[in-house]
Design a protein around this ligand. Structure first.
Ligand SMILES: [Zn+2]
Length: 383
């Protein structure tokens, strides 16, 4: 029909016969330039046409309008082998109603937006969008490479409570490796053991929080790995204990909380003055605050595991008095906490990734389909 429309469409051996507007869509009727094909069974060339059955295929939108292609599916007769081969088209997979590039486009869109948004934009049903996404996601190869340091963490699927998923990440690359619909050690082990043993044996360190189940997982799945308790989880626990003390003293208000929990080195001169005034009448809180700062100092300035153990044991003597149960928990995990000082491995590199995980989990709230959620997380965050 028009040379420019052909080059705009940019499909091999294809020419546009007609272009019509129909029910809010553009319909392009196509024809093929090649007269025959090479028989896929015996490789003999044939142009002996048996029949044509046109199919309707969705393609990329043009100028904001959805596009359908009317594609003549041609079946030939091969005089050599006697078979009836149907022409193979490299821009549509067999039995699909979308071009490959359209499916790829939907896949990329779902990575950015929710299924509902894509469904609305593309005038597809949410099921169609999910179906395309999962199909393409399956085709993408996921090679773990040879990571040495991993992180294990858990997230709540519904903010606030329950429904925990476990997340495995590659700390060397800052990449997401696996998402498991469980927070039971047995079930986590079952999923992770599917990874090749050569990869699992290569892991040197796994960074986790203080949940007891992780230790079991690491022993079973990563036999050569050291357990490292994440530095930020330790600090979070101490912050919580300090904050608890503040509330017991009825020092309410977000500003008080902020002054106590923020790193001292990051406080402005005025904030330091305010903090001084806050602590003046409360010697207990004062000591607890200094303990929090001291722990941060230990983390910043310790170079070996042995040195860390020594400093933390000393720190715990006083911390036991002021932080009670929290200090007991830390004592229980002391060796693994100090494994941090070997290579300073922490889940800190995953912070940006973790925020994205939380966002996607929140977006897919109401989605009962875990499989889809997992594919989306991996599509967005696996490098
Ligand atoms: Zn043949």
């Amino acid at each position: 029909m028009d040379f420019h429309l052909d080059s705009l469409l940019h499909l091999p051996f294809v020419t546009v016969l007609t272009c019509q507007q129909q029910e809010g869509f553009i319909l392009l009727t196509l024809d093929f330039i090649n007269e025959g094909i090479s028989c896929p069974h015996c490789q003999t060339y044939t142009d002996n046409l048996h029949q044509i059955r046109p199919i309707l295929v969705r393609d990329l939108s043009i100028l904001g309008q959805g596009v359908y292609l009317k594609v003549p599916r041609r079946q030939f007769i091969c005089s050599q082998c006697g078979k009836y081969p149907t022409e193979i088209l490299n821009f549509i997979d067999r039995r699909r109603n979308y071009t490959k590039r359209y499916e790829e486009h939907i896949y990329e869109k779902v990575k950015e937006l929710t299924v509902e948004q894509v469904s609305k934009n593309e005038q597809l049903s949410p099921e169609q969008v999910q179906n395309i996404f999962q199909r393409i996601a399956k085709q993408k190869k996921k090679d773990w490479g040879k990571p040495e340091r991993l992180g294990l963490d858990e997230f709540s699927r519904q903010k606030g409570q329950g429904n925990l998923v476990t997340v495995l990440s590659n700390l060397d690359e800052g990449s997401l490796l696996e998402v498991i619909d469980s927070h039971k050690s047995e079930e986590i082990i079952e999923v992770l053991k599917q990874a090749p043993i050569s990869i699992r044996e290569n892991i040197k360190e796994v960074c986790v929080d203080m949940w007891g189940g992780f230790k079991k997982v690491i022993t079973e799945v990563f036999p050569n790995a050291l357990v490292v308790i994440d530095r930020f989880h330790v600090m979070k626990l101490v912050h919580k204990a300090l904050n608890h003390l503040r509330l017991k003293l009825k020092l309410k208000g977000l500003k008080n909380r902020y002054l106590l929990l923020k790193n001292k080195v990051n406080l402005t001169e005025e904030e330091k003055k305010d903090l001084g005034e806050l602590l003046r009448g409360y010697p207990c809180l004062s000591i607890a605050y200094e303990l929090k700062e001291e722990l941060r100092n230990i983390y910043e300035n310790t170079r070996t595991v042995k040195e860390g153990l020594k400093k933390l044991k000393k720190w715990l003597r006083l911390a036991r008095v002021f932080f009670g149960k929290t200090a007991e928990t830390l004592e229980l995990h002391l060796q693994n906490i100090c494994n941090y000082f070997l290579n300073r491995t922490s889940n800190g590199v995953m912070e940006g990734l973790n925020n994205k995980i939380k966002l996607i989990l929140r977006q897919s709230y109401g989605f009962s389909n875990f499989k889809f959620m997992r594919e989306k997380l991996l599509a967005c965050l696996f490098k």
